[in-house]
Design a protein around this ligand. Structure first.
Ligand code: FAD
Length: 408
């Protein structure tokens, strides 16, 4: 990896492409573009790649195989899980094979950075882009660095800033529909021997909580919610049984937002947004690594074509949005249907839903046919379940009763 530490002599840099953000989406884009011969500079605001990341690091085997991801970052493997209802009852979820890996994001992102560097990308740390100026001739990025303000000029810029939308907004590309809350801590939990997922209003509003055992005895406990994240985490910790808080940096409670829904426009003149910076995150689970890599691949293809034609206009780059919308875009849409339906359910309905899942054979269906990254078919199957419809009807009656009680 060629890492440039900014010094006072470097006032202006020139590149074909500037990639803003050193997470998986930006690093993979930089690797693909520099590997195809474009002079690529990646800038990262933090002092180290992958250091401050808040993430559970769950990535499918499919993603690992498709992109030959760094195996040395794997710290856990998941085959079976337990799904917890609000009343504490739980269902086993057994997958026919080991389908999911858990990574250490510090190692994972660091390896992707090495790959980008080997492909020829230059990586600048401690460099935060504060402004983008798009002109007829290129894009001028203003950087805040410890050595003062700097400038990078590029023909095209890729925004890969994760859950940070100031640059996109300033260019009229917009923001995601909403930002959910993510919170996580690593503990030693004696009783957690497989992945646990918790659905309950006590743990999360609109989403769920998790406990993920790693191979070295640590357990990642976290919550994705639209409500009070700290209370959700406290309640989930109370449910996992005896645990010890780890008094190290990783044992600290960490928080971060999670994008919900794609931004209105993922391209503009001379600019493309990839990964979570474009809101390309699963609306069911908040997972964003795989969709980020897919979007990086799609964006790189469109960028290379733009360089061949020397046409960096919004029209030329719009192909990128068409490509991701026809694949992950549909998943994001179906995930929203599910989220809207799920958010309406109270704890009693959720308990009944677990019951319905057993009666309708939904779980065996999902474990046999469901895919970790592609939820569309599972969502359709769940929403069509006859016992589930009864639950919905019941929920509708309950809501009508509540409304009557409120108004009378
Ligand atoms: C609690 C929690 C658990 C999660 N668990 C999972 C999971 O198990 N699996 C999964 O797939 N996803 C998970 N996610 C989501 C996942 O972490 C993100 O979707 C993923 O990291 C997005 O990758 P990215 O490269 O698009 O952005 P990021 O990884 O966020 O990288 C963006 C980078 O850009 C840098 N940056 C931002 N602004 C600037 C700027 N102006 N100038 C320079 N640099 C800048 C940031 O410092 C950062 O390094 C989780 C999220 C949370 C909060």
């Amino acid at each position: 990896m060629t890492t440039i530490s900014m010094s006072n002599e470097i006032e202006k840099l020139e590149s074909d492409v500037l990639v803003i953000g050193g997470g998986p989406s930006g690093l993979f884009t930089a690797k693909l573009l520099s590997g195809s011969g474009l002079k690529t500079i990646l800038v990262e605001k933090d002092s180290e790649i992958g250091r401050g990341v808040v993430c559970s690091g769950v990535i499918s085997k499919e993603a690992f195989q498709r992109y030959a991801l760094p195996e040395n970052a794997v710290v856990g493997r998941i085959q079976n899980a337990e799904l917890y209802a609000p009343d504490g009852s739980h269902l086993p979820y057994n997958h026919p094979e080991e389908a999911v890996y858990v990574v250490d994001r510090h190692i994972f992102d660091g390896e992707l950075a090495k790959e980008a560097g080997r492909a020829g990308a230059q990586i600048l740390l401690n460099a935060k882009v504060t402004n983008l100026q798009v002109t007829e001739g290129g894009v001028q990025a203003t950087l805040k660095t410890p050595g003062g303000e700097k400038e990078v000029n590029s023909a095209l810029t890729v925004i890969a800033t994760g859950v940070s939308y100031n640059l996109q907004s300033s260019l009229g590309m917009g923001r995601p529909e909403k930002i959910s809350k993510g919170i996580q801590v690593e503990v030693i939990a004696r009783d957690v021997d497989r992945l646990r997922i918790y659905w309950s209003s006590q743990v999360s509003e609109g989403f769920f909580g998790w406990a993920i055992p790693l191979s070295d005895g640590r357990t990642r406990v976290g919550v994705m919610t639209e409500g009070d994240a700290a209370t959700g985490l406290k309640n989930i910790l109370a449910r996992i049984g005896p645990y010890t808080n780890i008094c190290t940096d990783i044992g600290r409670v960490k928080r971060r937002g999670i994008a919900y829904g794609a931004i209105p426009r993922s391209y503009s003149n001379r600019v493309i947004a990839v990964g979570e910076a474009a809101g390309l995150v699963k609306t069911t689970t908040g997972g964003g690594i795989y969709y980020g890599l897919i979007s990086a691949e799609l964006a790189s293809g469109v960028i290379l074509e733009a360089f061949q034609r020397q046409d960096y206009s919004a029209k030329s780059l719009s192909k990128y949005e068409k490509l991701w919308r026809s694949g992950i875009g549909r998943e994001i849409k179906y995930g929203k249907y599910f989220h809207k339906f799920y958010s309406r359910l109270g704890d009693k309905s959720l308990d009944a839903l677990f019951d319905a899942a057993q009666k309708d054979g939904l779980l065996p269906y999902i474990s046999q046919n469901g895919k970790f990254d592609w939820h569309q078919n599972a969502v359709i199957k769940i929403l069509r379940s006859p016992n589930l419809r009864k639950v919905l009807l019941w929920e509708g009656i309950n809501q009508a009763r509540t409304n009557v009680a409120l108004w009378s």
